[in-house]
Write a protein that binds this ligand. Sequence first.
Ligand code: NDP
Length: 315
Amino acid sequence: MTVELHPQFKTKSGEPITIGAGSGTAVKALKRADPTNTELLDGIVDRLTYSINVGYNHLDTAEVYTTHPEIHKAVVKSKAPREKLWITTKYIAASPHVGKTSGSPSKFVKEALEELDTDYIDLLLIHHPFFTTDSAGIELEDAWKELIDAKKAGHVRYIGVSNFAVEHLKRIIAVSEKEGKEYYPVVNQIEYHPYLQNQSEGVVDFSKEHGILIEAYGPLTPLFRITDESGNVIEDHPLKPILPELSKKYKKSEAQVLLRYVLDKGILPITTSSKNERIKEALEIYDFKLSKDDVELIDTEGAKFPYRAFFKGRF
Ligand code: NDP
């Protein structure tokens, strides 16, 4: 397996980072359903351990997922050296939607280092820019300055953001400009798939022009997440007949085609599955590439059916 994307992002021991193994979405729902069910939580640890063992070195977590302990257990169980892994976590400001949180990025970093039982976080993101007056009294610029301070203190290797639009990026870049190049955001993690090629207007181009790597969450949305407002599955959408054809042509599953499409756009996908075979399959995308024509076909057909699965009504 050759991982060729974005050589500037490497684990501490120098390996390029793979696509991400997510620990949000499904995991959060499971925990919410029954936080005391240790069997479920052990299952999460097993899946993360399996991910590391089959070759993922990139683990995605967040304050709001409450999966730091599971990430830590999986790292221990896998026996993978810490410096060969890339752990991303995300600070979230308190809001009526998420409830009480750690409060400030500096408090969050302290808690995260303890829960992950590690000396450093590879990538720390601000989870979203929708700070409100209830956001523990913290403004976006203040929060970003705390991320910069965490990097200066050596607690985090890289800093970035998630769900940021151009206007939010400009606000934090203005703060970074006073501090120097190494304190610019390096990642913007957003919803990205053929049906949402820009989470907000111009964000992908702006990020790329400013050297900010886009990470894609929800990359498999066209496969199973297309519903109407009442939650009824919509069967008729432009990629429905095209994905099976591409799957046949490349001898890869439809999920692999979608993940490869994201990589071929110069974007790094993060994916999740509760099934070991799918976890393994998702990583088997470094041995093929889609042709330019096929990437364009997916672009064109995808653009005909704009669909947002996350943060509806926020953009
Ligand atoms: P995906 O689009 O990859 O969706 C994962 C889902 O796809 C799982 O429920 C899985 O179900 C299903 N799936 C996986 N493989 C297949 C397949 N071959 N065929 C059909 N269905 C499949 O990514 P997520 O939306 O889960 O996002 C990935 C990660 O990104 C999250 O875990 C989280 O870490 C992060 N994230 C970040 C957000 C942010 O605001 N920054 C928001 C949302 C997510 P099954 O278990 O049955 O395989």
